[in-house]
Structures are given as C-alpha cells and as structure tokens.
Write a protein that binds this ligand. Sequence first.
Ligand code: GLN
Length: 259
Amino acid sequence: MLPMARARTHGEVAETLRRAGCVAADDEARELADSADSAAALDAMVARRVAGEPLAWITGRTVFCGLELIVDPGVFVPRWQSEALARAASVLLPERGVAVDLCTGAGSIAAVLAARRPTAEVLATELDPVAVACAQRNGVHVAQGDLFAPLPARLRGRVDVLTAVAPYVPRIALHRLPRDVLAFEPSIALDGGEDGLDVVRRIVAESVDWLGAGGDVLLEVGSDQCDDVARLLERARYHAPSVIEDADGDPRGVRAQRV
Ligand code: GLN
C-alpha cells in the first residue's frame, strides 16, 4: 500500500506554484484544488503544473468569454487576448447568418458565436484531429481538414463572418514565446512560417471565394503584423481594414469587409 498523501493546504500549494514561477499562483491553487478529488490527485496536478504544463490541460477546462470550455491535453489553450475578436465577430454575425471559424482548436470562437447567435449557422474547421475531438466535445460543429477544404460547397459566397486564430508566430520568434508555451503547446498552432503569415496569406487568398459581398473577416495576428495583414486584405477584395484591440488596448488582429 502506498502511504496516504497528506492533504496540502491552499497556502502550501500556492507557495509551491509561486516558487515555480506561476504569476497567478493563488488563483491556480484554487482551480487545482477544485478539480482534484483527492489529496493524491492534487499532488499529481501540482507536479504537472510545476513542470510547466498548461493549467487548462490539468483541470481540463478554461473560461472564454464567460463560456466554460473543455480543453484536452495537446490542444492550444484559448487565450483571453482572443476574446475581443470573438465578441466583435458575434456582433457582426446576422441572426440568421453564416459564420466560419478556421483553425478552431478547442472551438472557443465558434462556441462563442453559436452561444451569442443561436439562430445563425456556425461551422468550424481544424487540421489537428485531437483538437477536432475537443471542439466537438464543446458542442462545436467542426470538420477536420485544411482551412476551407472541408466546408460544404453550398457555403461558397455565402459566409457573413469569417474568423481565424491561425498560427502566426514568425519562425525566428518562436524561441521568444514563454518557455512553457513552447515546451507544451502544439507547434502547429503557433508556427506561422518564416514571417509568421504563411497560413494567414492562404486564408486571405482563399477567403474571397467564400465570403459574401459585405461579409466580414477577422484575423488574429501579432501587433507588429497588423499593417502587413491590412495591406494583404486590401490587395485581395477587402476594404476598410481596422485593428482589433484586446481588453488591454493592444492590437491583436485585423478586421475588414469583403467588397
Ligand atoms: N502569441 C500567441 C500565443 O502564444 C500566438 C498564438 C498563435 O500563433 N495563434 O498566444
């Protein structure tokens, strides 16, 4: 028999996490305690977190725009910095409109759109089968495949709102990501090729066939990529590009309208 693990106090867990470099140690300690069903389980969870695993993989959940979402281990964790894009997209989506979310990951943006516009049609696509299964568990209508490829042809020229949090980190900047992000989160969700815009360029080029006239595209990118993406959109069939800011006022992406 293994010895019974001694129940650690909240203060002890928080201190362990703080020493491991977690900035929100107090909140994280509470979340872990809420998810653990025994002292031994809590110990195992704390050890995983100390090793740098994302909190959402350990608790199996996160909250995005007030929605509780499942996040399976291996799936890019939805970031609060993407919430403004999700909210802006839901405001633009007509009640009976069509929305498509590419690179949906756990399905966070699609889930927000479906929750806020229950009468709209919201479809998502995703390349990674692990993420596809996770998005399905979040109730998202998701198809596995590359960008627009898995969408039904009937949606060509009919999409009102297109969103994507594609991988956009320039390859040379990958090493500057937080150590734990780099060590644990899937590089397929981060690595945007040489200048970071490989996938975004393909999305812009292919999107013109799918958006209806007046439809909106909202793409998350890094703050120093917004100008380039605005230009890409203008050179395609989009006008009036504008920057999407997160809750801190930092540029997080670009929105533009299909001519
Ligand atoms: N800077 C972003 C992050 O780690 C990159 C996400 C992405 O490429 N989609 O949150």
